[in-house]
Design a binder for this molecule. Sequence first.
Ligand code: GLU
Length: 550
Amino acid sequence: MTDKERIELANILFPNIDKTRDYYEDKYPERDLPEGAMVTRYGPSPTGFVHLGNLLSAFADMMYAKQSNGSFFLRIEDTDQKRMVDGGIENIVSVLHDFDILPNEGYSFGGEYGPYRQSERTEIYQTYVKDLIVKGLAYPCFMTEEEIATIKEEQEINKTKIGIYGVYAQDRDLSLEEVKEHLNNKDEYVIRLKSPGNPKNEIEVVDCIKGKLKFPEHDVDTILLKKDGTPTYHFAHAIDDHLMHTTHVIRGDEWVSSLPLHIQLFEVLGFEPVKYAHIAPITIKDQETGNIRKISKRKDPWFGVKYYDENGIPIEALHLYLATITNTNFEEWYLSNSDKNISDFTFSFDKQAIGGTSFDEAKLVNLCKTYFSRKSGKEVYEETLKWAEKHDVEYSKLLKDNKEDMIEFLSIEKDGPRPRKDISKYSEVKEEFSYAIDSLFEKENYSKNESEKDYDIDLVLDYVNNYLKLDCDNETWFNGVREFATKNGYAASPKEYKNNPEDYKGHVGDICEAIRVMITGRLKSPDLFSIMKILGKDRIQERIDLYKNR
Ligand code: GLU
């Protein structure tokens, strides 16, 4: 076709497109950002299911943009209507809010580079396609599905590459007359890229995570616009990331094989290339076989994001876990810097595991415990209350009615260089601190934690009624218990007892154990004196009564 014919063809195919490339290039100018600022995007398809892998890439997008004073935006990639699910978009937006992975721009967040939903950008895509047709870099292809299926069969038999390229690209060089004839017949068509590639040539791409990658040049005439005039993922990616001035495309590994096409699209369109960072999928060690396998929606409940909220895993703790997957050196840094938080850490692509990361529940639990240990009792109380209001309303009422006590209990052993590490989830607070709330304790009583031993109730009552002192410090209190112990034939220390066991009924620790079991219903608890102090003498006596009548 001549230049003139191509212009005519472009106008026949896109009569309603009256804007030009330049119009959009002017409308979306370079961003005014400092040197080195990264512009990242999260581009989910609204399929209705958001998983940990999605959160991971959105988290990385957010952190890289934040630390470089760039921008992180949300783009809804709804070009594939078949994959759309009712409420899918709302779900994505609410997950980002729930998990505090907030873009500073994008769909539902606003910004200068919208619309941020691909189905609202059809005119833009068509403008660029129209331009490619004028330049002879794209063409309408009228091949039927049957024709394409026959070619595919042949390619499979011959074990050659599947697709429309070279001799198979039969509509590449149709004359204007032939195209007009098809159009008169109302034949359906797609727009294909006239790929300039030669697979004998090699291209080299440097992935920010994977390093140097080599591929044969792309030579398939990939579809740019589908029959309904909407773009394929590939074409929309090139147009959008160019016009939105994305600097780094952080996305799942499954897109690596599309890189030669994407690089070519940027070239053909005359765009500056973007940088790519491909994240390998999260894997898991199979419980039954012990083999590392791909995560599965059906087998791995933690894969879906609902799991975290339902189980009471704090958002910030989940961020810590995502950070450990994003950078292999994060965990050590965090554990050894008790005064720092995630935003003090500098993420870098070269610290990302190339081969992917295995989901490690123990690591998540440990990070959660560390998270809780660094929070004050008041903070733990407030967060737990918020969680319980959603997931355990009855408990939330108890928490509200016992606010002051609860904060005091949650604050035990928080000061000092090694704060207490016990709970790993909001959902554990109720059980772990069941002794903190009278009505809860009465209900639970001694059923779960009672030791098998038969404790001397009279002895403990004697101590509480006649010796117990609470308006003192821990040491004075303990000396008091010791004194009481020796008066009653118990050794003042486990060591003394061990040296001459026949001389004693037991040692001071046994008395403490008896008190502990009676007032907390368990053998292990945070500092006993602190618990006694919060409860006060009357409630201690009530609990001994409860124990007696159990
Ligand atoms: N819409 C694509 C997906 O959901 C996003 C890929 C990308 O980030 O480029 O897989």
